[in-house]
Design a binder for this molecule. Structure first.
Ligand SMILES: Cc1cc2nc3c(=O)[nH]c(=O)nc-3n(C[C@H](O)[C@H](O)[C@H](O)COP(=O)(O)OP(=O)(O)OC[C@H]3O[C@@H](n4cnc5c(N)ncnc54)[C@H](O)[C@@H]3O)c2cc1C
Length: 209
């Protein structure tokens, strides 16, 4: 975004424009398929045709898209959590210890039952948010609830599932390990979950800074 006389505007900056440089690829904990890097802008000249969404409308454009961005994180969280549960059900039925399947232990069955229940509850909420976004009625606070709660749940599910995989849950050859690493950033990007709670509490009339 660039600040002008009329406020913030969005500009499309393209590869090869003088003054625009990409930094080296950052080494992340997870999401390794994404090539995340720093971007440097030094007096880049941008043609007027590269103005996006109208002059001075940058902040409004970003704000309008925030609920949908946050809901996408929640959707991804629920889908990833469900995949993790499915892999864990399959694995614990197959893996034998002390002469029985890991799935036969009451702890395993109850743990997976608890996680599946929570993911089901999350899915119903996310479905409701999808209905709202389809009619342009998803407000920022509700989207923030979905983002924070579902990404927290995703991380909890990943942690519990890794535990049920035992030592194999710590090895990159198993998808649960990658899902565990990929999940962590969901509580950080799109606005941290602490910021989500700020947004929700403000919508409840609780003030804050
Ligand atoms: C893999 C990855 C991809 C990303 N992709 C994008 C992208 O595509 N586009 C984009 O714009 N950004 C992107 N980000 C940036 C991301 O949105 C920010 O990292 C995130 O919003 C947190 O900001 P920060 O890193 O400055 O943390 P900080 O603001 O420094 O936060 C540090 C800690 O302080 C807490 N904190 C900060 N302010 C408050 C407050 N008011 N009250 C309570 N606690 C507070 C935070 O919750 C956090 O725990 C990406 C980040 C990562 C890691």
């Amino acid at each position: 975004p660039s600040a002008g006389a009329k406020g913030t505007s969005l500009l499309l900056v393209e590869r090869g424009m003088p003054g625009f440089e990409k930094g080296k690829r950052l080494k992340k904990l997870g999401m390794k398929a994404q090539d995340t890097s720093e971007l440097f802008f030094d007096n880049v000249k941008v043609p007027a045709g590269n103005l996006l969404g109208g002059e001075g409308k940058g902040f409004i454009c970003l704000m309008e898209q925030l609920p949908w961005e946050r809901l996408q994180i929640a959707i991804g969280a629920v889908a990833a959590a469900q995949a993790a549960i499915d892999w864990t059900v399959e694995y614990t039925k197959d893996r034998k210890v002390f002469g029985q399947a890991v799935a036969a232990f009451q702890n395993t069955r109850y743990k997976l039952a608890e996680l599946q229940t929570e993911v089901q509850v999350a899915r119903v909420f996310v479905d409701k948010c999808c209905e709202l976004v389809n009619v342009d009625k998803l407000d920022t606070a509700t989207a923030s609830m979905a983002k924070y709660w579902c990404s927290d749940l995703q991380c909890k599910v990943m942690d519990e599932c890794v535990q049920l995989f035992g030592g194999y849950g710590y090895m990159w050859e198993y998808p649960i390990t990658r899902a565990y690493a990929d999940a962590r950033v969901q509580r950080i990007y799109g606005g941290t979950n602490e910021i989500m709670k700020e947004v929700i509490s403000r919508a409840m009339g609780l003030g804050g800074r």
